[in-house]
Design a protein around this ligand. Structure first.
Ligand code: ZN
Length: 505
């Protein structure tokens, strides 16, 4: 009898204790946050990244807490090496990424600037293939001035979502989430509303229906800080765009970004005290490496697309698995270097362009065409070269006036820090006298020069280079490769680089 009473007492105590915990309930909402993911496979010889590892981590987090959301704030359907391959007669164009993210179980994505690399029809296909939801608070589909939300399959994509997480009884914690994108990739089919205006507009609409507001953003860190300063209502920003991890506080708002290509991801715990109505955020930056297993289903999807893409590359004259060379000295493909100064990789690519040219004495290309964001070291396969220059593209030879050449080179310097910063071979720059040299002589405005350039540079799309189009009067002659001549390596800058590295070793 006594025993039973004691047990009852114990149970009652336990019950009361449990109830009292529930009363001052802190609800834990977990976000698995990755950003700027272009590659579905691991990088650096398999050491870092890989979406099947992220999928495994997601499974573990969900097991611990069903209130786990996986988010990707922008830049994922382009550019990627695999996406440039053809499958069944069509460029893959990011379909591999959507399929893998569907298998992984992504919950929410948003536009980054790279989602608008494609023409509208391609983006629409990728959106329609998505099983996850897209959110967009400030980007609209512009159809001849008619601005509407983009649509996914049968519905307009939402400008915000309100997540409802059970707290106690029938009560819910309501988390408003908006998504704000940078306005740099201005395609005719896209209209951008100012981010702060959009944030304020939506907040005033939903403020009575939420407990707190968070944002996914694809903005520069400076813009994120300005947003947080203008809208203290945003308690937490899960961002992207910079490609390296950071955890910054602006007033009361925390801004987090992980490393590109899921080399790291953030696991955020949003701990909401429902009694005191206070939010506390605890974040862990998790390195994605060999310590994490691969999720089987995601691995299968990844391998399926690698096989498809590799057979596509083979049909274009590549042998992705072939070892091109072994590098004992690393070639620097890090974006943070290639967009600020001339790197050894920049020189090598420039020299490769020069080496296949017929008539040129120097080569210039935009640093933004280098996307590997990594050091090339050790055994280098053809696929590594494809990853280095995922856009490929032709090498065009131009005869150009000294005046226009100087304008191009000086614009490249002015673009320091961005993708429009230029890498070159055969040209010298003296920063102390701010002067350009060519074969040991200064560049003379009235002379003409023969230069090999990447075809992208002649589109007028490069930053601050709208003047640089084929019809610029400073371009006196254009020499193009024959598209059907497979032996003409000017048809693909990557084939030129592969040949160059093979011959150099
Ligand atoms: Zn971006």
């Amino acid at each position: 009898m006594f025993k039973r009473a004691a047990l009852l007492y114990k149970l009652t105590f336990l019950f009361l204790f449990t109830c009292s915990i529930q009363y001052a309930k802190v609800v834990d909402i977990v976000f698995l946050h990755m950003n700027d993911v272009y590659e579905i496979t691991p990088l650096e010889g398999g050491k870092y990244g890989g979406l099947s590892r992220v999928a495994e981590l997601r499974k573990q987090l969900l097991k611990q807490n069903p209130n786990t959301y996986t988010v990707l704030p922008g830049d994922f359907i382009s550019p990627s090496a695999l996406g440039t391959a053809e499958f069944e007669g069509k460029r893959i164009n990011g379909a591999q990424m959507i399929d893998v993210l569907n298998t992984l179980g992504l919950d929410f994505a948003m536009f980054g600037n790279h989602e608008f690399d494609y023409k509208y029809e391609v983006l629409q296909d990728r959106m329609d293939e998505s099983k996850f939801e897209w959110i967009s608070s400030n980007v609209y589909h512009d159809q001849n001035g008619l601005r509407q939300s983009f649509r996914r399959i049968d519905h307009p994509i939402p400008q915000y979502v309100i997540l409802k997480i059970p707290s106690s009884g029938k009560k819910m914690v309501r988390v408003g989430m908006i998504a704000l994108c940078i306005d740099v990739n201005k395609q005719p089919y896209v209209y951008y509303e100012n981010s702060v205006d959009a944030g304020k507009r939506i907040y005033s609409e939903i403020k009575d229906s939420i407990d707190f507001l968070i944002a996914m953003t694809h903005l520069t860190i400076q813009q994120d800080k300005e947003l947080a300063a203008a809208m203290p209502e945003i308690k937490f920003i899960m961002g992207g765009h910079e490609h390296f991890n950071m955890y910054v506080t602006q007033d009361e708002t925390i801004i987090a970004k992980a490393d590109a290509n899921a080399k790291s991801v953030y696991v955020h715990h949003l701990l909401y005290d429902t009694k005191r109505k206070k939010l506390k955020i605890e974040s862990e930056l998790k390195t994605i490496d060999t310590a994490i297993k691969n999720d089987g289903a995601t691995s299968e999807t990844v391998n399926k697309w690698v096989d498809r893409a590799f057979s596509g590359f083979r049909s274009k004259g590549f042998e992705p698995n072939e070892i091109v060379t072994t590098l004992n000295e690393p070639l620097d493909g890090l974006e943070i270097n290639n967009r600020f100064y001339e790197t050894n990789l920049g020189k090598v690519i420039g020299e490769a362009m020069y080496s296949v040219s017929r008539n040129s004495t120097a080569a210039i290309f935009n640093s933004g065409s280098v996307r590997i964001d990594d050091n090339l070291m050790g055994e280098i396969s053809q696929y590594d070269i494809i990853r280095t220059l995922p856009f490929g593209g032709k090498i065009i030879e131009i005869e150009v006036t000294g005046e226009l050449l100087l304008k191009i080179l000086n614009t490249g310097i002015a673009n320091r820090g961005s993708r429009g910063f230029l890498q070159y071979y055969g040209i010298q720059y003296d920063s102390s006298s701010v002067s350009w040299g060519f074969n040991g002589h200064g560049i003379i405005e009235t002379d003409t020069y023969n230069i090999a350039v990447s075809d992208y540079l002649l589109t007028g799309m490069e930053q601050n280079m709208s003047f640089l189009k084929r019809d610029n009067p400073g371009i006196l002659k254009i020499l193009e490769p024959q598209a059907d001549d497979k032996s003409d390596l000017r048809n693909d800058i990557r084939l030129a680089l592969i040949k160059y590295l093979k011959e150099k070793k």
